[in-house]
Ligand binder design. Sequence first.
Ligand SMILES: O=P(O)(O)OC[C@H]1O[C@H](O[C@H]2O[C@H](CO)[C@@H](O)[C@H](O)[C@H]2O)[C@H](O)[C@@H](O)[C@@H]1O
Length: 248
Amino acid sequence: MTLPEALVRLADWPLLILCDYDGTLAPIVARPEDARPEEGARAALQRLLHHPRHEVAVITGRSVAAAQGFLNTSDLTVIGLHGMEWPGEPPPRADREALSQISRQLQPLIDREGVFANLPGLRLEDKGWTMAVHYRNAPAELHAAIEDFLTGVNLPPGWETVEGKKVHEFRPGGFGKGRAALTLARRFPEHHPVFLGDDVTDEEAFAAVLALDGTAVKVGEGETLAPHRLDSPAWAVALLEHWAGQEA
Ligand SMILES: O=P(O)(O)OC[C@H]1O[C@H](O[C@H]2O[C@H](CO)[C@@H](O)[C@H](O)[C@H]2O)[C@H](O)[C@@H](O)[C@@H]1O
């Protein structure tokens, strides 16, 4: 592919560039701890950080510490846990009781009971405030049963679930990448907001920037609201490099 001309031309505007991490700045891999940034991603972000016209931030479902463990760019704004975790602000109080209530219901998966007997490859990621269940490495013929089971979990009051790429996440309501994108856009009203993302959880951020006449870019395959598409994280990095390379 080549970079779409409409995205290339945006380089002349002051941009607020908002990027998801997994699947956008890093290729999707089997194990979450192996999700290294795409080659050139860190350098492009660093150049954008010092760009005279553009602003850049990462909005991710990971915790800030987990994302920064890969990006290792301390002056980069990273919003973690789908908008729950902001730099310089204490995160909201973790509702451990709600998380325990969810964990208890996940026992048949963990204990491999019934249809889940001998279930390898399932993984619980307790992020302190939210809980993700990864099933990418479970047998493909069980994915539908796992999804059905997870959809049937009774949510504590005010909680919601979000589904991503072979992951089902439980989180308190009232957050989300769309709200996070809007909050950042309000801080930079003169900048044109752009969101780059690859997953279902990014769709609300696409909607948020489109409502502000901004630009939404889907990375990879799948249905989307986004009017623009790039094939892979390598192309997302190529676009960031292009924007970073423009002089003011
Ligand atoms: O909002 P993101 O930055 O895209 O984070 C979303 C979730 O990403 C991670 O899981 C996904 O990527 C893994 C590594 O490629 C992959 O193994 C997994 O199947 C994907 O769902 C991360 O582990 C989650 O905590 C994030 O919420």
